[in-house]
Design a protein around this ligand. Structure first.
Ligand SMILES: [Fe+2]
Length: 497
């Protein structure tokens, strides 16, 4: 019950709150550890206004696109880019970008990162200077930690404060492991996931695959893309602010926050977390352009440049991360040249780095399939007709190298297939949840399938075991269900060559 004198003091209290400088600086979207090497890592931080994302009871805006090319405006359907469309975003009365379901608005302030090897004395904390988060980059900051020791587990702490000189207002702790040196006869473990749609989440606090992956204690994780779906669900990302909202509501989930503070990641992008389904560089949707999509992806996931890259993890493992969106030929170019996905520079780089690699096993991680099979109506990847010329070339290029496996995201079913011509093997990690699984309706495996699982989601894990007196080094790949149970596994030993 509120007494009359308390009621009278409420407006004054509200005034005090609004004029007093904030004493708060929160981390509702946690931090991310990206691009680990044997000597460096990037720490991505973001300051938020509130300690937690707005609950899923919060209101939702209505986002609409109207076609203005014809005389009378018509409402357009979801899931495509419309260069000419007029965006209309309607908030319920009293609601705004910071109060809608899942929102975690950024806020100004300063952030710093501390790190030390696990078990080292407190005097060995290495502390970065305080830095302002960047309001032009969604109140994020990135820190490049360098001069790290290989194969070493580090603790990390991110401190935030609302302004220079203020006491620390929030601290989040976590850790990571650096890569072993390229010559080290070391084990390695990793997980790969893809395609997490907000509306298809399987826990109130996010996604079951995150605690399941964390339980495996991987050295690193790879997200192959579709980390958010800008063009799905009731709220479409029709401008940069709503694109950032998609990232905040996803990475504010406790299961994701908890994973990313403890495992380093490599983020790759695909179509839905760049702009729209099967999007190309010339596309836009509402006020959100493809260039905006590239910028927001970099802002939220801190990948290294160029986006195609390779990382060694000890003597036995080298991983390649392919970029599937930035270098695609446009629809206009495709009328006069062979359609390309990777582009000539990336293909030359792939050829060169594969030939130069002396790792025991090579793992190619691709946002979209290289082998397939895929459905005939799709025209987005190397297993589709439209890209078949370059696809044949890429599969032949990969087949020149022994001890190689391809891991793909994007497709919402799990499979392991073998290309009939080259023998290249491809593992599809599948959708992040059972609700998001689908797309392939043939229950019976085709001859090229070693494994096929079409109605459930999950993730992939990989483990390299070094050679012993009795056996050569081996690479085991496993497909898991969303709870972590192994549904298929295969181990290959190093072929002698
Ligand atoms: Fe997807």
């Amino acid at each position: 019950m509120i007494h009359r004198h308390q009621l009278a003091s409420l407006p004054l209290l509200a005034l005090l709150v609004s004029v007093a400088p904030s004493t708060r600086a929160h981390q509702a979207t946690g931090f991310k550890l990206t691009e680990p090497t044997s000597s460096s890592i990037t720490v991505w931080t973001r300051i938020t206004r509130d300690a937690d994302r707005i609950s899923d009871d919060g209101p939702l805006p209505i986002t609409q696109l109207f076609d203005r090319t014809s005389g009378k405006e018509t409402l357009l359907k979801d899931n495509a880019a419309y260069p000419q469309a007029r965006p209309v975003i309607t908030y319920p009365p009293g609601a705004n970008l910071g109060s809608i379901r899942g929102a975690a608005l950024g806020a100004p302030g300063q952030t710093r990162v501390r790190h030390r090897p696990v078990g080292a004395p407190s005097s060995l904390w290495i502390e970065s200077p305080w830095r302002d988060v960047d309001p032009a980059r969604d109140f994020t900051a990135t820190f490049a930690l360098s001069a790290l020791a290989p194969a070493t587990r580090y603790e990390v702490a991110v401190d935030d404060r609302p302004r220079a000189g203020a006491p620390v207002a929030s601290t989040t702790t976590g850790g990571f492991v650096t890569a072993p040196a390229p010559s080290a006869d070391a084990a390695a473990s990793f997980t790969v996931m893809s395609c997490q749609q907000y509306e298809d989440r399987d826990r109130p606090d996010g996604f079951a695959i995150y605690p399941a992956m964390l339980a495996l204690r991987p050295d690193f994780m790879v997200n192959t893309g579709d980390a958010v779906y800008y063009d799905h669900g009731p709220v479409h990302a029709l401008n940069v602010d709503l694109a950032r909202y998609h990232w905040a509501r996803m990475y504010g989930f406790p299961t994701l926050r908890d994973f990313h503070r403890q495992v380093a990641s490599f983020f790759m992008k695909d179509d839905h977390d760049t702009l729209t389904n099967d999007s190309h560089p010339e596309d836009r949707t509402g006020d959100f352009t493809f260039a905006d999509g590239l910028r927001v992806f970099r802002e939220q996931t801190a990948p290294s440049e160029p986006p195609y890259r390779t990382q060694r993890w000890g003597r036995h493992l080298q991983v390649w991360f392919l970029e599937g969106r930035d270098f695609r030929s446009t629809t206009a170019q495709d009328r006069t040249q062979t359609p390309t996905i990777l582009g000539p520079e990336q293909i030359a780089w792939l050829d060169r780095t594969l030939a130069a690699s002396d790792a025991t096993f090579r793992v190619i991680i691709t946002p979209t399939p290289i082998v397939g099979p895929d459905r005939p109506q799709k025209d987005d990847n190397y297993s589709n007709q439209g890209y078949s010329v370059e696809g044949t070339r890429i599969r032949a290029l990969l087949a020149r190298t022994p001890n190689l496996a391809v891991i793909t995201g994007d497709r919402h079913w799990q499979y392991v297939s073998r290309d009939k011509t080259t023998g290249i093997e491809e593992w599809s990690v599948g959708a992040a949840t059972d609700a998001h699984a689908g797309g392939w309706n043939e229950e019976t495996p085709r001859p090229e399938h070693r494994f096929l699982r079409i109605k459930h989601g999950g993730f992939l894990s990989g483990a390299v075991a070094p050679a012993t007196a009795a056996a050569t080094a081996s690479l085991t790949l496993r497909l898991h269900d969303t709870a972590g149970k192994i549904v298929f596994e295969s181990t290959r030993s190093a072929a002698t060559h």
